[in-house]
Design a protein around this ligand. Sequence first.
Ligand SMILES: C[S@@+](CC[C@H](N)C(=O)[O-])C[C@H]1O[C@@H](n2cnc3c(N)ncnc32)[C@H](O)[C@@H]1O
Length: 294
Amino acid sequence: MSEHGHGHGHQHGHDHGDLDWSVMGPVMEREAEVSLPLYREIAGWAAERSERVPGPVVDAGSGPGVVAALLAEIFPDREVYAVDAEAALLERAADRAHRTGLQGRLHTHRAELPGGLDALPAASLVWAGRSLHHVGDQRAGLAAFGRALLPGGHLVLLEGGLPPRTLPRELGFGRPGIESRLDAAQEEWFAGMRESLPGTVKETEDWTALLEAAGLRHVATRSFLLDLPAPVPYETRAHLIAQWQRRLDHVELDPVDRATAHRLLDPEDSAGLYHRPDLFLLSAQTVHLAVREE
Ligand SMILES: C[S@@+](CC[C@H](N)C(=O)[O-])C[C@H]1O[C@@H](n2cnc3c(N)ncnc32)[C@H](O)[C@@H]1O
């Protein structure tokens, strides 16, 4: 549940470039699976606060469909549409639907956001999980999410939160606080990603105001923790190693941090990520809930 340079999104409508989806697909899927306790809590919270308008559920920017399948489970009487621009990710969503017996109810729809939702039936719930920030014009994106809703339908917008922490400040070697320095680099990467989006618009990310401007009524904002303390299970460790690799892909580190990173990613080093008993995952995801009034 972090961005850390998936890099996808900014290339939509252009050359899909250097991304190898046979690698990124499984990485994204495992990341979403590791984050499932968080998504389950968010979906439960949103479901509790939403009046029961009958109608389909749309996962806008679904990626590999982990959350779409969760939504299908939480809303057992609804059709669910996983919408994404990447065919390889939707294939994973379709496979998941088959594996879990959801194939009759969990549909995939390949489309570019924000316009691509127009082809779907109006929804009782639109879930936008860290997908809006990949849309150049976020204001227009929110308006499209709003148009995709039935009267009384809800938008669950996951944007903002805190970057993950995975290691103690003092690692036992190197200079303390390497993750804070990676956060700063991540902000630079993110700004560059947004700048390179087609039709990008600089916008104050006051989500409440933007939701209201899109004709929706803001209902609530809350942040949820993903809190996986040490010792972490194998899948979480595998996810965190991949995440560290991605975080390090984008950054210029000074020689001390470079040496620290090298040790952390060395499978043979007993103080590295592959073996450390103190590896954990703590992050926060902010969620904004809004309703399209009758
Ligand atoms: C950060 S990932 C989040 C995936 C998923 N919602 C989750 O929370 O695990 C963003 C997703 O949005 C998709 N995406 C980005 N820009 C898009 C666009 N313009 N149209 C459709 N999908 C897009 C990406 O392919 C990716 O699957």
